[in-house]
Design a binder for this molecule. Structure first.
Ligand SMILES: NC(=O)C1=CN([C@@H]2O[C@H](COP(=O)(O)OP(=O)(O)OC[C@H]3O[C@@H](n4cnc5c(N)ncnc54)[C@H](O)[C@@H]3O)[C@@H](O)[C@H]2O)C=CC1
Ligand SMILES: O=C(O)CCC(=O)C(=O)O
Length: 526
């Protein structure tokens, strides 16, 4: 019989499901060294947010087939390490949506009416009605940062309380935002106009310290900020300083840069600050939902069935995966690339499957392309199971065409993304059995393997331009690994594709565009 380790507190409903197919050991509060010592015995690990599943734990888990996170965020699991070991990582993308949204709404009202401090004062024996005069949310402006599952529900409820809604989410269509009653705006405008700012975004390199001294300075001195998403999106030192200086009105935080929260200035602040110990998902209902959702997936995987919410590649059936894997990597890379070239919000994705890819079996390639396209928005939370649904929810129209005729390669994939900032296209193929090559960018023929950091330019094909760009990059200490120019006619327009060793330093794109003859430049990280 399989063995499952449950190392965080999980609702009994989940344990009952696991017990149908496995011996279940519940061991809560294990130290990392203790987990490391015993993990080798287990086929599955079920966790919430307290257990950190590091690469070391994954490597010691020689029998592990699946790690189940009873919740949304998988940032406490080293997903790439699990993927490399072929371990499925599953989560419960929707089980605690309502709980987290309601916690954010409770924070908005509690902050406005000083509920925690007023309650504490009555319990101390006082009857002080003057210190706790609050503010109404009716007709106030709520700025929702991240209009996904939780953000949308917060917005919908806030609407019914008579709040005016602004939202910032670069990956959501205007139509989708309007359906929820939100006006999509740029982040700066949201910061300037909102009375309440609520964060519902993942923590990514782009969102880390999104709220910092500079952005706090843009807010109204009465603005109240709520974070029930992830610690680290707010710079807590800057927030405490802004609150102390009266530069913003208040803050309610459920999540922290380091959990449990240690020494912090935030603890010393008064009724303008509410702190809760990561309780967003802590409702009886959500805990039953996530426990059942994840336990069912662990049960299925232990029985050899696919998981419905796998966040990494082994969630696909092994046969399909083996056959299509190289082409799926091609599709995902092209999706990621065209998404970054298009920038902004993509509204239409045209996918052309050519040659041997033009079969019904290649449907997973469309999903892989969408997964790549949505990676900038959702990071590791977009997977092969949810990519199509996520694209649909973002209002992205997907148009597929299949053309069985064989051109230069046995099979090519062409993606064209049209968004708020224009249209871009990329084509790619496999060289040999698995080497990915870009064969066309924006209609210009090239032949380069993609690399982690790339720079693309659109320029006039004229003498000296390559040298000027090379010198400019050199002056910023950027090392070029390879470079190729694609053109259709001599001295017409051309595209240059450069592989560079490191990310492009900030500000250099503006300099590149100033080089005479260069019309546009794009940097991408794959
Ligand atoms: N406090 C708690 O106990 C809980 C916290 N969470 C956290 O709440 C957050 C939101 O979760 P969901 O709504 O389920 O996720 P979701 O994936 O449905 O929505 C996230 C939204 O953020 C948007 N986004 C991504 N990058 C962005 C950026 N740079 N700027 C603006 N928008 C951006 C995406 O387009 C997406 O619409 C996650 O961080 C999750 O881990 C979730 C459940 C419980
Ligand atoms: O398990 C918990 O209580 C944390 C929930 C959470 O943060 C999530 O699901 O992302």
């Amino acid at each position: 019989m399989s063995k499952v380790l449950v190392s965080d507190s999980i609702d009994q409903a989940g344990i009952d499901i696991l017990s149908q197919v496995a011996t279940v050991d519940v061991k809560i509060g294990l130290k990392p060294a203790q987990l490391l010592e015993i993990i080798g015995e287990y086929d599955a690990l079920m966790i919430r947010s307290s257990t950190r599943v590091t690469q070391e734990i994954i490597e010691a888990g020689t029998q592990l087939k699946i790690i189940g996170r009873a919740g949304v965020g998988v940032d406490n699991v080293d997903v790439p390490a699990a993927t490399r070991r072929g371990i499925v990582v599953v989560n419960s993308p929707e089980g605690n949506t309502i709980a987290a949204a309601e916690h954010a709404l409770a924070m908005i009202l509690a902050l406005s009416r000083h509920i925690p401090d007023a309650n504490a004062s009555v319990k101390r024996g006082a009857w002080d009605r003057n210190s706790f005069v609050g503010a109404e949310v009716y007709k106030k402006t709520l700025g929702v940062v991240g209009l996904g599952k939780i953000g949308s529900h917060v917005a919908a409820v806030a609407k019914t309380m008579g709040m005016k809604l602004l939202a910032y989410d670069p990956f959501i269509s205007t139509e989708r935002a309007e359906q929820i009653g939100c006006q999509l705006v740029e982040l700066d405008l949201l910061f300037q106009q909102a009375d309440y700012i609520t964060l519902h975004i993942p923590k990514t390199p782009e969102t880390t310290h999104l709220i910092n001294a500079t952005t706090l300075a843009k807010m109204k001195p009465t603005a109240r900020i709520i974070n029930c998403a992830r610690g680290g999106i707010i710079d807590e030192v800057a927030l405490a300083a802004a609150l102390k200086a009266g530069k913003i009105g208040g803050a309610a935080l459920d999540v922290f840069e380091s959990e449990p929260l240690g020494e912090s200035e935030l603890r010393s602040l008064g009724k303008e600050v509410i702190l809760t110990p990561h309780l967003g998902a802590s409702t009886a209902e959500a805990q039953v939902n996530v426990a059942i959702d994840v336990a069912e997936q662990i049960r299925d995987v232990l029985l050899g069935l696919p998981a419905r919410s796998a966040v990494n590649i082994p969630g696909l059936g092994p046969d399909v995966l083996e056959e299509l894997k190289p082409y799926m990597q091609l599709a995902e890379t092209l999706g990621n690339l065209v998404g970054q070239l298009a920038g902004g919000r993509v509204e239409v994705l045209n996918i052309r499957l050519q040659g041997e890819l033009a079969t019904n079996k290649s449907q997973p390639l469309v999903v892989a392309a969408l997964k790549g396209l949505l990676y900038q928005a959702l990071r590791e939370r977009v997977n092969y199971v949810n990519a199509s649904i996520e694209a649909k929810e973002r209002g992205i129209r997907v148009i597929e065409t299949r053309d069985a005729s064989i051109r230069d390669y046995a099979g090519t994939l062409h993606l064209e993304a049209t968004g708020t900032l224009g249209t871009h296209s990329v084509t790619g193929a496999l060289l040999g059995e698995r080497e990915i090559h870009l064969t066309d960018v924006d209609g210009f023929p090239i032949n380069v393997p993609p690399s982690k950091y790339m720079l693309f330019t659109l320029h006039r094909d004229m003498p000296g331009i390559i040298g000027k760009l090379g010198s400019l990059l050199g002056s910023f200490n950027v090392n070029i690994a390879s470079m190729q120019v694609g053109r259709k006619i001599v001295r017409g327009d051309a595209v240059m594709a450069l592989s560079i060793d490191d990310p492009l330093p900030e500000g250099i794109l503006d300099e590149i565009i100033k080089v005479p003859g260069i019309r546009d430049a794009y940097t991408v990280t794959l």
